[in-house]
Design a protein around this ligand. Sequence first.
Ligand code: BGC
Length: 256
Amino acid sequence: MLLEGRRALVTGGSSGIGRATALRLGEEGARVAVNYRSERERADAEAVAARIDPAGARAYAVQADVRVEVEVVRMVEECRERLGGLDLLVNNAGIESQAPTLEMSLEVWEEVLRTNLTGAFLCLREAGRLMAAERRGVIINISSVHEFIPWPGYAHYCASKGGLKLLTETVAQEWAPLGIRVLAIAPGAIATRINSALLDDPEALREVEAEIPLGRLGQPEEIAAAVVWAASEEAAYLTGTTLVVDGGMSTYPRFS
Ligand code: BGC
C-alpha cells in the first residue's frame, strides 16, 4: 500500500473523479475525509466513506461548500480533530457550464470561479496551515487540459483552470521550504457526470473520441491512479507542475 496511515481530504468526493480518488486512497491505506457540498450529495458521500471503512474509523463524510470560507475552516478543523491533521488535500470540487461570453452573466462567471478557483484556494490555505505546522504534506489540484487549452463557450471554466495552474506553481514555490508539495493533475475528457450530455450523444461522443489518440474517454479510476502516485513518496521530487492525464488529447493540433 502506497499511502498507509496518510490523512487525506478529498473535496467533491461524492461522485466522479473525487469518488474514485477517495475510494482508491482508502484502498492504499489512507484515512479519508470525503467532502460533499449539500444535503443532495450527503448519501453518496456517506456511501463512499462506508465503502472505505464500514466501521467508520478510517473514513467519514464531511459537508462544506468550498465557496464559503467559514465552512472550509470548519471542515479542516474537523480533519484536525478526527484525523489528527492532514497529509494530503485533493482539491477536486469543480463545476462546469457552457455560456457564450457575450451573453455570460456575472453570476454564471462567479459561480464557476468561486467553486473552481476560490474554493480551491480556501481549501489549500486552510490545509496548508495544518501541513505547515508539521512541515509535510501534499496538495493536488485537479485542474483540466483547459488550464492550457482554450475552449470557446467556456471562458469562465478555462479562466478558473488557468488560474489554478498558476496558483499551483506559485504556492509550490512558497511552500517547498515548508516541506509541502503542490501540484496539479489535468484530466482530459473523463466518463463522469460532468460529461453526461456528451455520453448521451453518440455522435458527439464519436467526435470527441476521434480527437483522443487513445480513442476513448478516460475512466475516473485512471485519474485516481495518478493521484495516488503523485501523493506517494514515489513522487517525492514532484512539485509545481501539472501531470496531464488525457489519453493524448492535448497533442492534437486543434488543441495544442
Ligand atoms: C471538462 C470536460 C471536457 C474535457 C476535455 C474537462 O475539463 O470537464 O467536460 O470533456 O475537459 O475537453
